[in-house]
Design a protein around this ligand. Structure first.
Ligand code: ADP
Length: 388
């Protein structure tokens, strides 16, 4: 069974084609600059290529992708199912689901909670269903894994009737990533997932920390939208809501301008004034630029704060796992976070943390809590869900 995984953004379309008999990746690629000019980058094993193509819209992007698959793979380009990454599944979807017209309408309606993501995801589904009408299309939601959060962890302190009326609650995101990383961590520590208390730290452009107790999400740092929690590349993370009032008033911002400011101009970028890219923040911090040092320190501090609070909500922890761009690659961030976890009995194996590659334990043999690095694989999780 060959499964195509699609992740549609406002001007981009990521695609991965898997052969599910052995879960191997046949081809991956990215169509970007849709509506601007157009660029298609792909790789198959060691081979790769880039093409400049005119892509006025998402339908043209999908057509270019299908043409590429046919040109590279011939009859092997036949797709049996499509798995779509959908950011928000709202209150209704605690599981992946076959996309019917009703499901698509719900995904569009949940733009209420994910205005920057769900409309693009829905557009991706529409054009993919039109181009590949004879195969099942499945929505895999970033929020689904967190449906197990207890009510006291997901309810905000506003009048309860309003929460009920509008579905206002913590939903959480990066579900495919937290689920994948938790399952791999159980294998690394050679214990059943259902017996473990885990804290998974997905630290990339978007960041979320999750308390995974006995295989289920118990709490997570992102909220109703992916704006809450730890500071991120360009997103502000948790704020006092009154700051929004103050900025709207003093800076004369409208709704769109404040949304843009909090989503696109805040976080590591807004604090450092240097970049949203953590590699550039680390370089600028090493060069002694004070606001870059501050941005780096805030990210580390936020991650520590969530780890500490999740130890408390789970009444303990067996393993802490780092994933995504920063979590997987920045040994210094991991060392800095773990330096403050000695009270838990965390002890790093400095060599494995600094020099090791890929999925591994980075805790010392006599560490009381296991610490791991697991590169995430959200696309494979979406492909598995599509098959299931
Ligand atoms: P996304 O959330 O868009 O999937 P990623 O998980 O790819 O993002 O993470 C991107 C972040 O990872 C960027 O801030 C980037 O600087 C950071 N990153 C990637 N490689 C490294 C590295 N070697 N050291 C430190 N940070 C890195």
């Amino acid at each position: 069974m060959r499964v195509l995984v699609l992740n549609a953004g406002s001007s981009s379309l990521k695609f991965n084609l898997f052969e599910m008999a052995d879960e191997s990746l046949i081809l991956e690629g990215l169509v970007e600059r849709i509506g601007v000019d157009g660029r298609l980058a792909w790789s198959v094993g060691a081979e790769s290529g880039v093409q400049e193509v005119q892509l006025p819209d998402h339908a043209a992007a999908l057509a270019a992708m299908i043409e590429l698959l046919e040109a590279r793979l011939g009859s092997g380009a036949r797709i049996h199912a499509v798995g779509h990454r959908v950011v928000h599944g709202g209150p209704k979807y605690g599981e992946s689901t076959l996309i019917t017209p009703e499901v698509l309408a719900d995904i569009e309606a949940y733009a209420l909670y994910a205005p920057l993501h769900n409309p693009n995801n829905a557009l991706g589904i529409r054009v993919a269903k039109a181009a590949l009408p004879d195969v099942p299309h499945i929505a895999v939601f970033d929020t689904a894994f967190h449906h197990t959060m207890p009510e006291h962890a997901r309810t905000y302190g506003i009048p309860y009737e309003l929460s009920m009326k509008y579905g206002i609650r913590r939903y959480g995101f990066h579900g495919s990533s937290h689920a994948y990383v938790a399952a791999r961590t159980a294998i690394l520590v050679a214990r059943p997932l259902r017996s473990l208390k885990l804290i998974t730290c997905h630290i990339g452009n978007g960041t979320s920390v999750c308390a995974v107790r006995y295989g289920h999400s118990m709490d997570t740092s992102m909220g109703m939208t992916p704006l809450q929690g730890v500071i991120m590349g360009t997103r502000c993370g948790t704020l006092d809501p009154s700051i929004v009032d103050l900025l709207i008033d003093k800076e004369h911002l409208d709704y769109q301008a404040i949304t843009e400011l909090l989503n696109k101009k805040s976080g590591l970028l807004g604090i450092s004034g240097v970049s949203s890219d953590f590699r550039e923040i680390e370089a600028a911090a090493d060069a002694g630029i004070p606001r870059a040092i501050l941005a780096r320190d805030i990210l580390t501090y936020d991650v520590r704060k969530f780890i500490g609070s999740y130890v408390s909500v789970m009444d303990g922890v067996d393993a802490i796992t780092f994933t995504a761009g920063i979590g997987t690659h920045s040994s210094r961030l991991r060392a800095e976070v773990c330096r403050h976890l000695t009270y838990l009995g965390v002890k790093l194996d400095e060599t494995s943390n600094r020099d090791g590659q890929g999925e591994r334990l980075i805790s010392a043999a006599d560490s009381r809590i296991a610490v791991a690095v697991v590169p995430t694989h959200e696309e494979l999780m979406i492909a598995r869900e599509t098959v299931r």
